[in-house]
Design a protein around this ligand. Sequence first.
Ligand code: URA
Length: 188
Amino acid sequence: MDTWDKLKHDCAGCRRCSLGDTRQHLVFGDGNPEAEVMFIGEGPGEQEDIQGVPFVGPAGQLFDKMMEMIDLDRKKVYIANIVKCRPPRNRDPLNVEQDACREWLSRQVQLINPKIIVCLGRISAQAIIKQDFRITKEHGEWFNIDGRRVMATYHPSALLRDVSKRPEAFMDLRAIRKEIRSVCDRTY
Ligand code: URA
């Protein structure tokens, strides 16, 4: 049987891809390991690499506000990324890097066993929902994957770059709140 201690031990010091050569910290995850809702981003940025915690830079500040809008916070949800180490200059993680990292995220998902997964941005949606996911077209849609409800919304970095996307993201957040009320038992 897998445990958090075993997973953290196995993941610590990972050198399965070359992102391990340039990272300052491996960013494992943050939040409540018993959460019913899990958010999955793309990969650590500069601040996350420095601090070892996901979503603590400018995008993270917006992400915290987005959660607050639907009565969530880091104590209620779990937050992780598709890749656990920062890609140089914040480039998109390569497929080979995503594949090398996949075991850690899938073990996190198994241990948490969330009812709802929210993918933040295209990279996460393409890794979790389907390879040809189109974020502008398919954000806000619910998918059933392995018995979980899964949706993607815009990445907070995209909402920092393009504020015109914010009303659509707000609609997604409202749909997430509604789904939480309908399928979650605890916490909310
Ligand atoms: N962007 C992400 O996708 N993840 C983080 O942890 C920070 C920024």
